[in-house]
Design a protein. Structure first.
Length: 175
């Protein structure tokens, strides 16, 4: 299975208040995000993190990554400076990139941390996945209603949990 997520902001106390997350502190947030991830993602699954894993440095990134199941890929966001540190063990990720395209079940997914207005195969049924904005679920529903094949995979838009490629394909099958 392939999963996607974004904007976890592990160890980031201020994100709780700034985007109104339902946690009393970063420790509770971290524990919940790890539990939700590991309840869904299995060790053999691929998971693409579309940025902003943590802004707290490579030590904290390593600590969180080592607790998470799956084969992890990072699409760097604006807060992923840890990935450029010479001290960070890059082998914790299967790949690290700024942008990626993948094909799954005859669907092309365009992966980028930031939402864009048009993307490769825009008129041929591809789906653009992003994070960055900390949207609520209504954002994805509005895109669906307007025929826009763009989906925020961030945890704030997806009940604090990763979302599978199959779930996203099913979501857009109504178009």
């Amino acid at each position: 299975m392939i999963y996607f997520t974004s904007d976890l902001h592990f160890y980031h106390e201020n994100i709780i208040k700034s985007v109104n997350r339902p946690f009393k502190n970063a420790e509770q947030m971290n524990d919940t995000l790890i539990k939700n991830w590991n309840n869904k993602v299995q060790p053999h699954d691929e998971i693409y993190i579309l940025g902003d894993f943590t802004m707290k440095g490579y030590t904290f990134a390593t600590e969180a990554l080592c607790q998470l199941k799956g084969k992890k890929h990072l699409i760097k966001g604006n807060h992923d400076k840890f990935a450029d540190s010479p001290h960070f063990e890059k082998s914790l990720f299967e790949s690290i990139s700024d942008y990626k395209q993948i094909d799954y079940m005859n669907t092309k997914f365009i992966l980028f941390h930031y939402p864009i207005l048009e993307w490769n195969h825009f008129f041929r049924g591809s789906i653009h996945l992003h994070g960055h904005q900390h949207n609520k679920p209504e954002y994805n529903l509005d895109n669906l209603k307007n025929g826009i094949r763009r989906y925020d995979v961030g945890i704030d838009a997806n009940n604090m949990t990763p979302i599978s490629a199959d779930e996203i394909i099913a979501f857009f099958s109504a178009i």
